[in-house]
Every structure is written in structure tokens, then in C-alpha cells.
Design a protein around this ligand. Sequence first.
Ligand SMILES: O=C(O)C1=C[C@@H](OP(=O)(O)O)[C@@H](O)[C@H](O)C1
Ligand SMILES: C=C(OP(=O)(O)O)C(=O)O
Length: 447
Amino acid sequence: MASHGPATPMTSRPCGPLTGTADVPGDKSVSHRSLILGAMAVGETRITGLLEGQDVLDTAKAMQAFGAEVTRHGEGAWSVHGVGVGGFAEPDQVIDCGNSGTGVRLIMGAMATSPITATFTGDASLRSRPMARITDPIALFGAQSFGRQGGRLPMTIIGAADPVPVTYTTPMPSAQVKSAVLLAGLNAPGRTVVIEKEATRDHSERMLAGFGAEITTEATPEGHVITLTGRPELRPQTIAVPRDPSSAAFPVAAAVLVPGSEILVPNIGLNPTRAGLFRTLIEMGADITFENERLEGGEPVADLRVRHSALKGIEVPPERAPSMIDEYPILSVLAANAEGVTVMKGVKELRVKESDRIDAMARGLEAMGVTVEEDEDTFIVHGMGPGGVPGGGTAAARLDHRIAMSFLCLGMAAKRPVSVDDAAPIATSFPIFVPLMSALGADLAEG
Ligand SMILES: O=C(O)C1=C[C@@H](OP(=O)(O)O)[C@@H](O)[C@H](O)C1
Ligand SMILES: C=C(OP(=O)(O)O)C(=O)O
């Protein structure tokens, strides 16, 4: 959906202890990939635990437009009847990826080596985000793109009729770029190689292997070298989507911040390329234990038990950024409640997310009485100690779900209520955020 309805202002008031179980929804990254790879397999992929957030629903709709049959059977239970690698039909409508960078970028990669044309758009946030990071590598396969100035949506991609395989070093740590190149490589003859200097989330590699593609990852002094053999026949899969650590971050943070809290957050995917926040929180002094650690569908999973804790500020090293890239907004809320200063380095990719997340958090935290510092690649938050943030202001969510959820969590433990001007974007990734947090004891109300 290219726009949402009227803004939904929301206020979070200081609350009593959070208790109970937080059943967060399925992983957004794995959900997008399940639909896209399911559409590129021959036959029926069955998915349970799919995230039914708007970002993923927009990807489901897009896969239908490219010719796959996508059916919802019940809550989180979906099937995709795929058309095979190279089998995409040309959509007869504009593909609207709504708010989702992952959706549009992976789909552009997936269609770039088929002889079809597709036009992509999204909401105001997505239309402002850079797409050259995708159009540059897909041009090497032979695809052409025609977008707005600065490589922005709306954009038309003409897929390569006669694609060639590519060797590509990603210029920034980005799983979306890596995945787009690998998905394009699926329909190129021969070997496509992606080299990434810093490891990013590896769901695409794991899932491509699961669907039967020949794919290897080698650690070398230059970084991770991922080699994919093109033109496989992908076999349909049965996928149980693990729960999203990036969504779990919000109830986990809220329980750490609100005195007296103790919650259980079951079945959270703890792939090491995603789990950086939990490591950081433990270094800050958070009381988090990992119970019932196990492997599910090849991914490490555990139940998280989280108790209120006093935090201290730390320096988060730049090399950890890819494993917690979506968690910096909520980390800065935690940092505002820590004793001492938290320094987040190597975070410039935050500037090209749904919003410029450094600027959005900096201005919002200042409005709540917190001192921050920033440069292009660094964000520093001066902690005010447990419960020490004055609050009493309104933060602009900027069409960014993670900014909205972060400030609502801040309000649970600030001295005065915290408001966001628009909580509607939360539906893109965590549609049950408000009822789930309210059931734990949070005081959230529209207005
Ligand atoms: O590949 C993915 O599923 C994602 C990759 C990350 O983006 P970048 O690749 O831009 O870092 C992340 O921020 C996004 O929420 C999901
Ligand atoms: C950056 C995010 O998503 P996307 O890039 O898919 O819009 C996110 O969910 O925090």
C-alpha cells in the first residue's frame, strides 16, 4: 500500500511491572524470503508462522502479480504454488511494496534476470530510499532500470533477456543487497559470487540451500565469499518461520526498563547474524537468560526470560552493527535509561532506513529531555539512569515502525507520558504490538 490512512497518535504512560508471556510474531526477513523463494520453486511451499504484517502482505501480493498462487489457510498458515526459477510472468499492474525496503529490493533482484518488465513503487518513506544499491548490481546481469533522480522509486526494471552471472562485492553491509544479487543469480547460467566484507544476516543463504540450490559460503581474508550455481530447480519446502528477534527486542527492552518486571519471550530466533542486541544488553547488565536452547529448521532458537535490571552505558563496536542494525532505535531508549554514556559506532546505514533513524531518535530523545550527540556514522546517548528520562513530549514517527515502538517503550519507564504522532506504521512489522504490550501491563492509548 503506497499510503496509510489518517495518522494514529498514541501515548504511553508510566506503568507498573510487566509480567506474563510475550508471543511475538514471525520473523519478517524469513517471511519475505519464504514467499519469494516459494514463488521461485516448482510446486507448493507450505508456511506456518508467517508474519502477517503489511510489509509481508505486500510481498505476498507482489508474488501473485508475478504469477505465483499464494493462499492464506489460517492465522500465519500460507501456501505458495511457485512458477519455478525463470518462470515469473510480467505483472500487469504496478508493484506496490508499501513501506518495505526488503520487499522491493529482494523482488527487484528476483525478477532482474527474467525477460519481463515491472514497475515498483511504495509509500513516501520507501520512495525516498536509495535503490541504486540494487540497480547497480542487477545492471551487471544485464537488467535495465529507469527510476526517479537519485535512483528512487517509482522505478521500472527491464529484466535481462540473456543474463550473465556476476561477481559482486557489496559496497555496504546489506543483507538486502546480498540477497538481491543471489536471487538474480538464480536465473543466470553459471556461478554468481557475492563477497561481503562484514557478515550480514544469512537467511537467504540458509533458505536457498534448504530449497535445494547449490550455495557455499567461505570465510576468507577479504570477507565472506558466497557462491551460487545458477538455474537450479528449487524444490518446494515446508517452512516454520521462527519468531522475530527484532520484534522481541521491544517487550525485552520494556521489561528491562520497568521496575519489578519479569516476562518470558518464547521461541525467538537467535541466528548469530541477528542476535547482537541481546549480547549488547547483557554487556550493559541486563538480566536475560536463554532457556530451552534448541535448533528449529536449522536456526538456533530459545525462550528468553527477562527481568528488570539497572543498565550501564557501553561502547557498541562497529563490527556488531550488522547483527543488530534494526535494534539501534530501541537500544538508544535503553541507553537513555542507563548510568553513563552509550556510544554506537559504525551506524551510518541507519540513515537510509524507513527514516534517518539517527536523526529521528536524536530529535525525539531531545524532546524527552535526553542529551545526545551524533556524527554521520556515530550516535551517542547520555544516560539519565533507571527511570531518569523526563518524557512529557511527542516524538515524530516519520513513517517508521521502529521509531514509533521505541518511543512507546520509553514512555513505560519515563517520569511523564511519551507520545508518538503516528503509531500506524507499527502494523508493517508488529501488528499485535499494542495488544501484546497491553496484556503485559503497558498503558498505551490512542491520542
Ligand atoms: O535482508 C533483510 O531481511 C533485512 C536487511 C536489513 O536491511 P539492509 O540490508 O539494508 O541492512 C534490515 O535493516 C531489514 O530490516 C531486513
Ligand atoms: C529496515 C527495516 O525494514 P525494511 O528495510 O525492509 O523496510 C526494518 O524493519 O527495520
